[in-house]
Design a protein around this ligand. Structure first.
Ligand SMILES: C[S@@+](CC[C@H](N)C(=O)[O-])C[C@H]1O[C@@H](n2cnc3c(N)ncnc32)[C@H](O)[C@@H]1O
Length: 171
């Protein structure tokens, strides 16, 4: 379920984060941060009072993230992205403005993929977006089924070239 063992390049991180309006990003969620390449850049750019909740299933990455990024705005959840609704609700966070995802959708069962996409849509605030980077573009079909508007671009400057999707929920 790793997808790739090589961290995302700075080019891919920059392209994935490009649609974010940091002035309205109060709650940001990340799925599958791994070693935290995107996490570090989000923490660098996000406002001082914003919150970042990351979901990671691999215990070694959870330990690394917890020990490396000691930032009060960050919470590392050792659980699957499938739990996004209950985790945000338990913390009194009404919804997310942006959900960033690096989890390998093409390697997981279809029902898990669909559950994650549906639950992500349900937690996104109006005007919010899910930002997805994938080494296989096949997820595009499923994203279009769930989201109102799906835009995509290609980042060749990564060890595995990646497609980046920006999926919006209409206002
Ligand atoms: C391709 S790596 C992404 C690495 C990192 N985001 C980067 O930019 O280099 C995919 C990560 O997703 C995690 N993962 C896989 N399935 C998951 C799930 N259902 N929920 C949360 N994390 C998951 C894996 O443990 C792995 O760390």
């Amino acid at each position: 379920m790793l997808g790739s063992v090589i961290p995302s390049s700075r080019f891919l991180v920059r392209r994935t984060l490009e649609p974010i309006d940091w002035s309205r990003a109060d709650v940001i969620v990340e799925y599958g941060p791994g070693l935290g390449t995107c996490t570090a850049e989000i923490l660098r750019r996000m406002r001082p009072n914003a919150r970042l909740v990351v979901f990671e299933t691999h215990p070694d990455f959870v330990r690394h993230l917890t020990e490396t990024y000691r930032d009060p705005r960050l919470e590392v959840i050792h659980d699957s992205a499938e739990e996004v609704e209950s985790v945000l609700k338990d913390r009194g966070l009404g919804g997310a403005d942006y959900v960033l995802s690096g989890i390998p959708f093409s390697l997981m069962p279809g029902e898990v993929r669909d559950r994650i996409l549906e639950r992500t849509r349900s937690v996104l605030n109006t005007g919010g977006a899910m930002l997805v980077y994938q080494f296989s573009p096949r997820i595009g079909t499923h994203l279009k089924r769930v989201f109102d508007d799906v835009d995509w671009s290609f980042e060749p400057l990564n060890v595995l070239p990646a497609t980046v999707f920006c999926c919006q929920v209409a206002g």
